[in-house]
Design a protein around this ligand. Structure first.
Ligand SMILES: Nc1ncnc2c1ncn2[C@@H]1O[C@H](COP(=O)(O)OP(=O)(O)OP(=O)(O)O)[C@@H](O)[C@H]1O
Length: 627
């Protein structure tokens, strides 16, 4: 198909023109010639299964040069159907050469390879050293055509994975700095911070592509077939300057090895990838179908669609639904050439492969806006028309459903992600809480030790003990005993709290964990209330510990003061017994150790007695809790 014979003016000069003139053939299954080319390539099977000619791939999937019949589904018609023996040069000539020619002449052009994993997308785009694919052949062709006196060539190579852009020529650059924007200079959507390298030779360009491929493959070794879960886009920019006016114009050839179109697996990461891929492929399919309809004269003006994002029928053109379609927005206009190569493997024995192959053909059919001819031949033209109309309605409903499914899948995946994070957060909080609780237990044990110490002190201050004069003994003992009682009460209270938190803790942890694991898409309110409960418990535990620390520090000071008071009293008693006159001058008049029920005054009195530095307990809350 020679587009040059149908073109009027290059896209950058006259955007409103389309590149095709169609003569419609209403036979179902026959594609209308437009500026969208859709081709299907069949992967060869095992040598014994390979068909000898291009016209029959396998006995059960009969093909001609433009049709393929799928058992129990129907006959699909495209611009080209390549049998398993078609070589890469033949594929290039039919699929890519017209697009390359258009780009050299001043139009934008895009070539897509679409299909499920392992069907030959990369093989078709990159090829092998012995069998170069579309990319190396296109590069050689461009260099053979352009004049370097007026044209400069530059190249960028990126990957879109889970809607994040990765620069394959500069893989270390952070994905979040690679932002898509409308470039006023070129009129294209470009990627900020993406490396774009000017090249002078075929070798330089091919080396950069190989370098980019390595960046893809590195990721591919980590997970199985990650490369098939991303879209790789190689863009070759031709900047032409007019020698008379010095005006420049840029056209771009975009070569896209799309992510595998197969449905995602049960694994959450794979599902997430699948959801993003699905959405972008659906958007791409919708846009290409609109373009196809527009350039066939059956639908919207696609050239205006490229700039307005709605067509003349006010249909929304979903360029912004995915990074891929946004990036290619101006290359997916009515003024650009698009070629879609769908790869299929009719020999794949996997159970889901047949459904995936049919899906690939449906995508291709939609891109070309062709109805699928029902498997059984129809008797009359009227019946054929009715059938085609019915098929169109069914197809439209099927697409609506698929779009809904893709959106639902994305919401589900995002929800599952949020729930996973919430679950991990809960586990972290639980661990923190457990740590705090252990600390609380240690504090309790320390308090118990203090109780023991105080008990010993009481015994030391008992009848006959040295250090406290006999009139003061009962008061001191009563004071310390009261203190001891409060300690004991406090310890009991603490133990009750710990026991209670243990019970609540076990039940909330069990329910939180089980709800998170058993139903990833439900009970969000239950999990948030569990979070709240855990947080409350944690805060009260923290407050408790702080209080205890202060309390303990106070008690330490008090015990030290008591000890100092005790040794002071011993010294004074000893000296008094030696010199009674001196007794009258001792600083402790009346009650030597004035320990009352109030912790502050007892501590302060003891400190005063000892000449120590003990400060009154400042925290009224703690005083309350001690009581
Ligand atoms: N037309 C073909 N002729 C010979 N070999 C082919 C052909 N198509 C594919 N292959 C071989 O099949 C294997 C898978 O092909 P390829 O890697 O191109 O698939 P793919 O669709 O790009 O897969 P993925 O999505 O996983 O990257 C490769 O070993 C490739 O060489």
């Amino acid at each position: 198909m020679d587009y040059r014979s149908r073109r009027t003016m290059p896209a950058h000069r006259r955007v409103s023109s389309t590149l095709s003139v169609s003569s419609r053939d209403d036979t179902p299954g026959t594609p209308v010639p437009t500026n969208i080319t859709v081709s299907v390539r069949l992967k060869p099977g095992q040598p014994s299964q390979a068909a000898p000619s291009q016209s029959s791939s396998s006995p059960s999937w009969p093909t001609t040069a433009t049709t393929i019949a799928v058992p129990d589904v129907g006959v699909f018609g495209f611009d080209n159907v390549f049998g398993p023996t078609t070589n890469s040069q033949q594929v290039f000539t039919a699929v890519a050469k017209p697009v390359v020619n258009a780009v050299v002449e001043g139009y934008h052009g895009t070539i897509f390879a679409y299909g499920m994993t392992g069907t030959g997308k990369t093989y078709s785009m990159r090829g092998l050293p012995s069998q170069p694919g579309i990319i190396p052949l296109a590069v050689a062709d461009i260099f053979g055509q352009v004049s370097f006196a007026t044209t400069t060539i530059s190249v960028s190579y990126l990957e879109i994975y889970n809607e994040h852009v990765k620069d394959l020529l500069n893989p270390t650059v952070a994905a979040d700095t690679l932002k898509l924007y409308d470039s006023p200079d070129s009129g294209l959507v470009r990627v900020r911070n993406l490396r774009c390298v000017r090249v002078a030779t075929i070798q330089e360009l091919n080396d950069l592509v190989s370098q980019g491929d390595l960046a893809r493959r590195t990721e591919g070794t980590e997970y199985n077939a990650v490369s098939s879960r991303s879209h790789a886009v190689l863009q070759i920019f031709l900047e032409k300057s007019d020698p008379l006016t010095s005006a420049t114009s840029t056209t771009v050839l975009s070569l896209c090895d799309l992510a595998g179109s197969e449905r995602a697996a049960a694994d959450i990461e794979r599902r997430k990838e699948g959801a993003y891929i699905n959405r972008s492929l659906l958007a791409l399919g919708t846009i290409i179908a609109r373009l196809s309809a527009a350039s066939a004269g059956t639908g919207a003006s696609a050239s205006s669609a490229a700039t307005t994002t709605t067509d003349s029928h006010d249909h929304h053109i979903p360029y912004r639904d995915s990074k891929l379609t946004r990036l290619l927005q101006h290359s997916l206009s009515g003024a650009a050439l698009v070629s879609v190569l769908c790869t299929i493997d009719t020999h794949n024995p996997a159970r889901h492969a047949l459904a995936e192959t049919v899906n690939t053909l449906r995508f291709a059919a939609r891109a070309k806006n062709v109805a699928i001819t029902p498997a059984r031949a129809v008797a009359t033209t009227a019946a054929a028309t009715n059938s085609a109309a019915a098929n169109a309605v069914i197809e439209s409903l099927r697409l609506d459903l698929e779009r809904e499914r893709a959106e639902t899948e994305i919401v589900k995946v995002e929800l599952a992600e949020v729930r996973k994070q919430a679950y991990e957060h809960r586990i972290r909080e639980q661990e923190k809480y457990d740590r705090e609780k252990r600390e609380l237990e240690l504090q309790r044990d320390a308090l118990k030790d203090r109780v023991t110490q105080l008990t010993r002190l009481i015994l030391g201050a008992g009848p006959g003990a040295a250090g406290i004069t006999s009139p003061d003994k009962p008061r001191a003992t009563i004071g310390i005993s009261a203190e001891l009682d409060r300690y004991k009460t406090r310890v009991e209270e603490l133990e009750r709290k710990l026991a209670h938190s243990q019970i609540t803790d076990n039940s909330t942890t069990t329910s939180a964990v089980s709800s998170s694991l058993s139903s990833p898409l439900s009970s969000s309110s239950a999990s948030s209330s569990t979070d709240l409960l855990l947080q409350q418990k944690l805060h009260s535990a923290e407050a408790e510990i702080k209080e205890l620390r202060e309390y303990l520090a106070d008690k330490d000071r008090m015990i030290n003061a008591l000890k100092r008071a005790s040794s002071f009293a011993t010294t004074t008693t000893a000296s008094r017994s030696q010199d009674p006159a001196e007794h009258a001058l001792r600083p402790l008049h009346g009650s030597t150790i004035n320990i009352h029920a109030d912790t502050t005054s007892s501590s302060a009195a003891a400190a005063a007695a000892a000449g120590g530095d003990m400060t009154p307990l400042a925290n009224p809350k703690l005083r309350r809790s001690v009581r």
